[in-house]
Design a protein around this ligand. Structure first.
Ligand SMILES: Nc1ncnc2c1ncn2[C@@H]1O[C@H](COP(=O)(O)OP(=O)(O)OP(=O)(O)O)[C@@H](O)[C@H]1O
Length: 656
């Protein structure tokens, strides 16, 4: 019977031939199989906890279900005593002692059963907690390895909902499902075998409602599964809405659209509420159905059983014992209703989590055999040659639109180059490829002669200092934000260990300096020193969420200092000085001049007054390099670059 009940938990996927096109059906199949494999791995990892938990469940049921037999014995003893009437007087003490003994055994069994029950729950719930813990770490590791195209395809709210709510549902799935499926199976096995032994006909009577209920349950379980998925999806939408609105609160206020946003949220919330209510009704229906099984069974036993007792075909003690089993099975039966919904919710949640875990990072580490080392960095040796060979690129989410076409670039080690071009010409995309945030769809990129794809990602990231267009600061202190790229040992400034890298300032000739000194130098080179007096706690000043307490220019300079501290072979600035005034920009570029002399720098800028400092300028137009040369050469050529400079000069003169 329990097997039949369990069969109902399984919700068949829609028929692939009729419901989905073949491609989607294959994806759904593979998702399901990956989900099941992962579930099995978790179960296997914590099987010892589950097995001991099951053992204590067996002990609990063995003790608890032994009690009805003693109750039956007590009833029979009392019935015999009552039948003897007056003649019992002499033997009254013996009957009382017998009943007290039975009572003591029942108490002992109840205490033993209680202890075993507690232990079973500790073990099984702990296994669930461990699975939750592992799953959270696994999701976080996976998220850390995924690239920007994944985050472009899934909203932050959705990811948060999956890694917070769904993980909890999976814990409950493991703990509650295992606990009650095993408990109900054991309870039914023990109780049913004794009930059949007492009276098989009466046992059949109490099974009367099951076929009908299993039939109804099959549809109910499917409905609960679908409703659960709808609730979880709506929860993700709500989280996304809250997250977006909190992030864009200043935009909402500027456009005075609070009321519209509040209304939108209220509509979404109402839909969430309604979906939850529908789910609650379905779940309630399921539990009621299971209670009905227990209730109808008890009623049938009372009607048929009492007739049997009255006509003498069943002893009263057996009837009481039988009835006690029916009552004892009521809770395990009703609990299965709960298990059905927890099971479905857990499977739906785990499927959503599997979608994250099964995502393959587009940027792959090279295999051990393929991996190549970059030559060690040596002082006074030019380093950081960058070559692009026939590089073309289209974003993975829009593969039809070619953003870069056949780019060839040679950037000698130690040189400085600028990439300029109209907005949308592909400048940022090009440097994202050099920083290996994406791989080219065609062609290859080499650093010091080694293909980027053959270098360990960690090496690539530490050799390339990338300062993105939009600075991102963590809600930590300024100092912690600057040191963010260092590994955990270096990060711990209490160690005050000397770093084997050269100083960043040209007037510091020491071969090795301590980390705090180096941080101070990075701050200085990035042009942040004059602002430090304005911060209450200097480097220890907290910057608020995303650096909200700093100006745009200050944020940019913190991210430049962060990149410099890594002592990168190649420094890439993606319009990283756009928010600082031209005077500060000049100071920063002066500092950079001195530290860039033996490393490569690639500057992407819209401000042409910085271009006189670079060795070579590449002009991009519609994803193609249309001009390349030094500033005087390009101006003399009177081509695209000349036109852009002229337009900018005109705009500036109009402004002034
Ligand atoms: N993640 C993305 N997915 C799809 N297309 C993208 C993505 N990012 C950028 N693009 C497209 O690629 C093209 C080049 O964009 P890119 O940001 O490289 O230009 P840009 O020259 O740096 O522009 P700007 O000077 O305005 O920063 C644009 O048409 C843009 O719409």
């Amino acid at each position: 019977m329990t097997r039949a009940l369990l069969a109902c938990i399984y919700v068949p996927d829609p028929d692939p031939m009729t419901q989905n096109p073949p491609k989607l059906a294959a994806t759904a199949e593979s998702k399901k199989s990956s989900r099941n494999q992962r579930l099995w791995v978790f179960f296997k990892t914590y099987r010892t906890w589950f097995l001991f938990g099951a053992f204590f469940l067996l002990a609990t049921n063995a003790m608890n279900l032994a009690i009805p037999a003693y109750i039956g014995e007590a009833v029979e003893t009392l019935r015999d005593a009552a039948a003897q009437g007056d003649s019992l007087a002499a033997g009254f003490d013996a009957v009382r002692d017998q009943l007290v003994n039975i009572g003591l055994i029942i108490v002992a069994l109840a205490i033993g059963g209680g202890i075993a029950r507690t232990l079973s729950r500790i073990l099984i719930f702990n296994a669930g907690r461990h699975i939750e813990f592992d799953l959270r770490n696994e999701i976080y590791d996976k998220l850390a390895s995924l690239g920007s195209n994944f985050f472009g395809g899934m909203s932050t709210g959705d990811i948060t909902s999956r890694s917070a709510n769904d993980v909890s549902f999976v814990r409950v799935f493991f703990a509650i499902s295992f606990l009650h499926i095993i408990n109900t199976s054991i309870a039914y096995t023990i109780a049913m075998s004794r009930m059949i032994e007492i009276n098989w006909k009466l046992t059949l009577v109490c099974l009367i409602p099951y076929p009908l209920i299993l039939w109804v349950l099959r549809y109910l379980v499917h409905a609960v599964f679908q409703q659960t998925q709808a609730v979880q999806a709506q929860m993700s939408e709500l989280s996304t809405k809250v997250q977006e609105n909190l992030g864009g609160v200043s935009v909402i206020k500027c456009y005075a659209i609070q009321d519209r946003e509040i209304d939108d949220y209220a509509v979404m919330n109402e839909s969430f509420f309604e979906k939850n209510m529908r789910l609650a009704v379905l779940r309630g229906g399921m539990q009621t159905l299971m209670m009905l099984v227990a209730g109808v069974g008890t009623l049938a036993v009372l009607i048929v059983g009492t007739t049997m007792v009255v006509d003498g075909s069943m002893p009263l003690g057996d009837f009481v014992e039988f009835n006690s089993y029916v009552v004892a099975l009521a809770f395990p039966t009703a609990a299965m209703g709960w298990v059905f919904s927890v099971w479905n919710r857990g499977l739906a949640a785990f499927e959503r989590i599997t979608e994250i875990l099964d995502t393959t990072p587009r940027i792959q580490e090279p295999s051990e055999d393929e991996r190549r080392e970059l030559p060690a960095l040596v002082d006074n040796v030019d380093r950081g040659e960058v070559s692009l060979r026939n590089v073309s690129f289209a974003y993975p989410d829009d593969p039809e639109t070619q953003v870069l076409h056949d780019i060839n670039m040679e950037i000698p080690a130690g040189s400085s180059v600028a990439i300029v071009g109209r907005t949308g010409s592909g400048k940022s995309t090009l440097i994202k490829l050099i920083a290996r945030l994406y791989d080219p769809t065609r062609g290859e990129i080499l650093i010091d002669g080694e293909p980027l794809t053959k270098l360990a990602l960690r090496d690539t990231r530490s050799e390339i200092g990338f300062v993105p267009q939009e600075p991102f600061l963590f809600s930590m202190t300024i100092g912690q934000n600057v040191r963010f790229g260092l590994d955990s040992l270096e990060y711990d400034d209490t160690l005050n260990r000397p770093t084997p890298t050269r100083p960043l300032l040209k007037d510091d000739t020491r071969a090795a300096i301590s980390q705090p000194e180096r941080i101070a130098q990075a701050v200085e080179v990035a042009g942040l020193s004059p602002d430090m007096s304005g911060f209450a706690d200097g480097l220890d000043t907290l910057v608020g969420e995303r650096g909200v307490t700093l100006s745009g220019g200050q944020k940019q300079r913190v991210t430049i200092a962060r990149a410099l501290l890594m002592d990168p072979r190649i420094l890439i600035l993606d319009d990283a000085l756009s928010s600082v005034d031209t005077k500060t920009e000049g100071v920063i570029l002066d500092h950079l001049d001195s530290i860039m002399k033996n490393r490569t720098s690639i500057i992407l800028t819209h401000r042409f007054n910085a271009l006189s400092r670079v060795d070579k300028i590449f002009v991009l137009d519609e994803g193609r390099i249309v001009e390349a040369g030094s500033q005087p050469e390009l101006l003399a050529a009177r081509g695209v670059f000349y036109e852009m400079c002229e337009r900018q000069r005109l705009e500036e003169s109009l402004k002034s």
